[in-house]
Design a protein around this ligand. Structure first.
Ligand code: GLP
Length: 243
């Protein structure tokens, strides 16, 4: 893993956006995997700024988001789809047909997961996958447990994850759906390159375990150690335990 540490979250975000811009320049039809959560918000702001300045072109790119809440349609204010529209999609030149998302409101959620896997395969796989990390070490919505799922699947969310996502549901953890759909560990690890963003002291412990700890289903992010191209973009607080 390549570890990059920046003094502030904003500096880390600028470098992350720059990394994406370079990837898009090298491959304009890039297949980009995208996360939600607070961590990527400054990166999305920077991408919007770069687009406004004519420095980045999404015209031929395709995107696949990592996950979505179950029982939540694309127009639900708490959906990850709305989050992405708000922070990125509505502001850059990405045609809706090039944006791929899990439909949390699908009638058959298992079939929806299979459809998504097939779509990723038909796109030729993900070239660059941006990730955040949950405070319990989850990636996407792959929660710590006795086992991990390989492919896109339904997940029961842990209470800590529902609390962490409460802001999307009026601050009420109880309003956060109990279930979600997420790319699986093999889906994530088959991306050609991975960039993980972590900022703030709340992430320091799981960042340290992700890099130095054993591979364990108790910390799904630890499996990133097995991938040949992972870059971590950290601020000083998230890197505090690495010294
Ligand atoms: C959610 C998302 C994850 C994200 C995590 C961390 O659970 N499913 O993809 O990494 O939140 O969120 P934050 O960046 O707000 O700490």
């Amino acid at each position: 893993m390549i570890v990059r540490v920046f003094p502030t979250p904003d500096e880390s975000a600028r470098a992350t956006a720059e990394r994406i811009a370079v990837a898009l320049k090298d491959k304009p039809d890039l297949v980009l995997g995208l996360p939600t959560g607070k961590s990527p918000i400054p990166t999305y702001a920077e991408l919007r700024r770069m687009y406004g300045a004519g420095r980045i072109d999404f015209g031929r790119a395709r995107t696949f988001n990592l996950d979505e809440f179950a029982g939540v349609g694309a127009d639900h204010p708490g959906s990850f789809r709305q989050f992405m529209d708000q922070h990125l999609f509505a502001h850059v030149n990405l045609e809706p047909s090039r944006i791929h998302f899990l439909n949390g409101a699908a009638g058959d959620l298992d079939a929806e997961c299979e459809r998504y896997e097939t779509e990723i395969e038909s796109a030729g796989g993900i070239d660059l996958l941006l990730l955040g990390i949950g405070s319990n070490g989850h990636i996407g919505f792959n929660e710590p447990g006795d086992e991990l799922s390989a492919r896109t699947h339904r997940v029961e969310l842990h209470d800590v994850t529902r609390r962490d996502n409460a802001t999307l549901f009026g601050g009420e953890a109880g309003q956060v759906p109990r279930e979600a759909l997420s790319m699986g560990m093999a889906t994530i690890l088959s991306a050609a390159a991975i960039v993980l963003i972590a900022t703030g002291e709340r992430k320091a412990r799981c960042v340290e375990r992700m890099i130095r700890g054993p591979l364990t289903t108790r910390l799904p992010a630890s499996f990133l150690q097995t991938h040949r191209s992972v870059e971590l973009f950290l601020d000083r607080a998230a890197a505090a335990l690495l010294a």
